[in-house]
Design a protein around this ligand. Structure first.
Ligand SMILES: [Zn+2]
Ligand SMILES: [Zn+2]
Length: 322
């Protein structure tokens, strides 16, 4: 009987929107066996003309997989790899084009192909050993806090403001944890690996100890989980877009390039490579990830202006003491 019910009406029914099994529901709605992904897509398209193309692709994926944990796990892992290496590749090409050298912040230190390859190997090992199991456990946690996997998708506006909140939460977590990782014993045993490159490059964004990947990754993963647990209003697609943007942010901050069109020239509180490159060069200050406000507020900023400000404050103090 279930096959006569429109999948769309079930998907849009609010009572099905929280934490239900999308695959089971979606595959249940298919009248014929769906031996290929495109068969599932065809069936879902026929029955749910109100859904847009991407929503139908999404629903067909869950229906075809027949297992939500697998469907989310594979999609997340593939997305992470494609975005990570896809976003790093343009920086690797730019490193080989001499015309871009004038934009490189530490332009005496262009990474060699061997350095990049060694870095990629360690990053891949950590993706398969540390991140894959974490990604796998994500779906049950998302389900537990009531994250929706259904169609239709939420509005762009609701995704945008939620992602803005995650950026602020993650940046705060990152600031404090990263600052803690610079405390002697933690630095020596964990964070030192990430500082192997004093002139970073895109691929080096996740070049770090597995423990560090776990600690700093918590800010990225738990910010949305916490938000969803409180509001009960979040879609897993918002999570994907958030992870994608966060990867862009981390890779670009490690790129080592500062352009006249870099984002922080338009959004002065945005950190970017200009902020993080100094951290790798000097090992001190500029601990936050996306924004500059924590470093500014707690006087851990590392920039020529901040140095000048501190020098003047010291001089003023000395003058007063005389
Ligand atoms: Zn550091
Ligand atoms: Zn870094």
């Amino acid at each position: 009987m279930a096959t006569t019910v429109s999948m769309g009406s079930l998907f849009t029914n609010p009572s099905y929107n929280m934490g239900f099994n999308t695959s089971a529901l979606a595959s249940h709605m298919l009248p014929h066996t769906t031996d290929t992904y495109w068969n599932a897509f065809g069936e879902i398209s026929k029955q749910n003309i109100q859904l847009n193309y991407f929503e139908r692709l999404w629903a067909a994926w869950y229906a075809f997989m027949g297992n939500d944990v697998l469907a989310t796990g594979i999609m997340s892992f593939v997305m992470h790899e494609v975005v990570y290496f896809g976003r790093s590749l343009p920086w690797m090409i730019i490193d080989r084009i001499p015309a871009f050298n004038k934009y490189k912040i530490q332009n005496q230190k262009i990474p060699s192909a061997k350095e990049q390859w060694d870095c990629a190997k360690l990053v891949l090992i950590s993706h398969f050993t540390v991140e894959l199991p974490q990604i796998w456990f994500f779906h049950p946690m998302a389900q537990y806090v009531g994250m929706s996997t259904s169609v239709p998708f939420p509005s762009i506006w609701s995704m945008a403001y939620q992602i803005a909140i995650f950026f602020v939460l993650e940046d705060t977590w990152h600031y404090w944890m990263h600052r803690a990782l610079h405390w002697g014993p933690l630095y020596k045993n964990i964070h030192k690996i990430h500082h192997q490159y004093s002139a970073p490059f895109g691929l080096a964004a996740e070049y770090a100890s597995p423990i560090e990947v776990m600690i700093l990754g918590l800010g990225t993963v738990f910010s949305p989980l916490l938000y969803c647990a409180i509001t009960k209003d979040m879609h897993i697609l918002t999570m994907y877009i958030w992870i994608m943007l966060r990867l862009f942010q981390a890779i670009d901050a490690h790129s080592g390039y500062e352009f006249p069109w870099s984002l922080h020239h338009f959004l002065p509180f945005w950190a970017g490579a200009d902020h993080h490159d100094v951290h790798h060069e000097k090992f001190i200050g500029n601990y936050s990830s996306s924004f500059r406000w924590w470093d500014l507020a707690l006087d851990t900023e590392n920039s020529p202006e901040a140095m000048k400000r501190r020098r003047e404050q010291r001089l003023a103090k000395a003058r007063k003491a005389q």
